[in-house]
Design a protein around this ligand. Sequence first.
Ligand code: ADQ
Length: 744
Amino acid sequence: MNTFRLQLRFLLPLLLTLAVAAYLAVPVVDRLTLRWFSRDLVSRGELLTNALSDSISDAVEDPEGARLKALFDRAVRNERLVAIGLCTRDDKLLLRTDNYPPTLGCKAAREVAEGGAPVIQIPGGPVQVGAHEVVGGAGPVAELVLLHDFSFIEKRSQDTRRYLFLMIAGLGAVIALITVVVAQLSWRGWVSGARALLRGEGLIWPMASSGELAPLAIDLRARLRDLEDAYRRSLGPEAPWNAERLRSLLRTQLRGDEVIVVSNREPYIHDFAPDGRIVVRRPASGLVTAIEPVMRACSGTWVAHGSGAADASAVDEQDRLRVPPGEDEYALRRIWLSAEEEQGYYYGFANEGLWPLCHVAHVRPVFRESDWHAYRQINQRFADAVVSEARSDDPIVLVQDYHFALVPAMIRAKLPAATILTFWHIPWPNPESFGICPWRREILEGMLGSTILGFHTRFHCKNFLETVDRYLEARIEHEHSTISFQADETFVESYPISIAWPLAQVEARWRPVEQCRADVFARLGLDPDQRLAVGVDRFDYTKGILERLHALERLLEKHPEWIGKLSFVQVAAPTRSSLEEYRSFQERIERICERIEQRFGQAGYRPVILLVQHHDHEALNELYRAADVCLVTSLHDGMNLVSKEFVAARNDEQGVLILSRFAGAARELTEALVVNPYHVEECADALQQALVMAPGEQRERMASLRMTVREFNVYRWAGRMLSDAGRLRQRQRIEARVLRQSAD
Ligand code: ADQ
């Protein structure tokens, strides 16, 4: 339909131009042919006069002679000569054929013949008048007036006009036909080229066949992206992100769109208490902390590993249940794994392979073929579960973390129209470090099934782009941060994760800082005048717990005045304890704690208290509020949420945060005391600086940190990712519409 309209736009002016050309050309051609014919008649007349000149010379002397009359009569019978008149030199009509009009005198005939329009009407039709001198032996003797039939010339001229008109019309038709054919072929080439391009297919075929369109199609895509970039930049200072704004984004930009989350860790675990009752617990996980508010806002489906002992007894026959328990805000679909599968996929490939590979924290990654097989198989199981949970063919799927590197491409294979947002919660290493993975290609290809691939920092994005550049044949557009691989295009962007900033009514329920401090000190048996430093982590070798203890030890050596006056409490949630690396790490930490205890402990004073247990959110909040210093010394961390939780807990604007420069959080929380955790001396000095920091400086730093965390909260993290998804979906719809229309 569109092609036809386009062609019409070209053809109409063409036909109009041809019509005007015909209109202007016909009279010109007409005049020309008339002139040629009339010249022709004149020369014929002269020829005839010459041929008759002798007979005429004789006849002038004998005007009554019948011979000349007979000659004239014979001449007018052919040659399209209508009549002949013979005039004497003194303009007397000496002789005339029957058709010669008696009213046409010699003088008048000569005047007509010599005038600009030598054609006159006589009863038999139009004639051209020619007057020719007859020259005898002694000079001019008479004048011959010839009346040539002009009607046949008019007829010829009409014929010429008709042929000319037909020729121009024919020419127009041929040009129009060629135009339509060429336009059709070009359009088809363009459409298939543009379509392939917009689908992200290889440029080689369509571009090779219609090279002239390549820049156009590339330009089209680039313009769309520029518009998006401009839009993102033009958003300017944002309104604050909160649960309500996120909900309204889901209501407006993603209205009616289905959201499915897939993660290894489930947000609620059902366990059996010692008395046999079923209890629900929330795991110690940054990921769960971050995604839960999104799911509450959009009430979608969360697909996760059912890891609790009582999980199976809490689900319906489709392995689903509504959560949070008692509040019923979204669905949780549990996936079951055998102990062997969990060993290979989770402990093996994900945690002994990918975790150390990405953290580059001096623990050697272990890659076993059997673990890889389990990883692939379980990734497929989760991908299948997502597909079976999907109620539409284009859901928004949020794939969480390094446990599911292959899931994006697996979902893409079955739901090509899905918008897949993969967020990688841990760091991404440089290409050399990643290159030691035997299945590096498969992992990268799996991740590139994503529509959007998110990391915490630009630095991790850059590492990923360089890794793809090194190991895959993909097209990377650094300006727009996109990777085109096979038929898919992936937008790689940084979305720094955060926490849900506490609501005023929640804060109002918090007990005052002094009371928290008194309760915690009493529970831990600390002297009320003591200072308290805390560390809160999963018991993981990447968190820098060892380095932190070394710093404490060094501080007590350098500043013995703190002995008896400073206690460090490390809360460590048991994690991945079935792995040898983690068990030996815990033992090592315990040994160092004992050593510090032996070196500096006194009756009624414990320099370090190690609490290897899971704490609920309220208990952690109380601890944060009771502390003077919070130590976050990760050797490498995607973001680190503990640092942000500590800041959020301190609405009294007191307390000092010591933060590793290798945690993603250090890019945002610049008012913390930022340290290199490997540098024991620097960390000990930072601890000293924190302990002696004046309340005024603490307030200044904390107030600024609080502003950052309040603004850059988890709703912003999710909101930015989801609005990017919304924009991409919008773009896909526009592209689909353009292609549909062009195909009509
Ligand atoms: P984690 O490695 O788990 O997260 P982190 O960001 O610090 O690291 O989150 C830990 C979470 O567990 C926090 O919410 C904390 O309160 C909680 N937690 C820690 N110890 C606990 C305990 N003893 N009891 C109860 N809860 C405890 C991964 C990446 C991080 C990234 C997050 C989010 O490794 O870099 O910040 O995902 O993307």
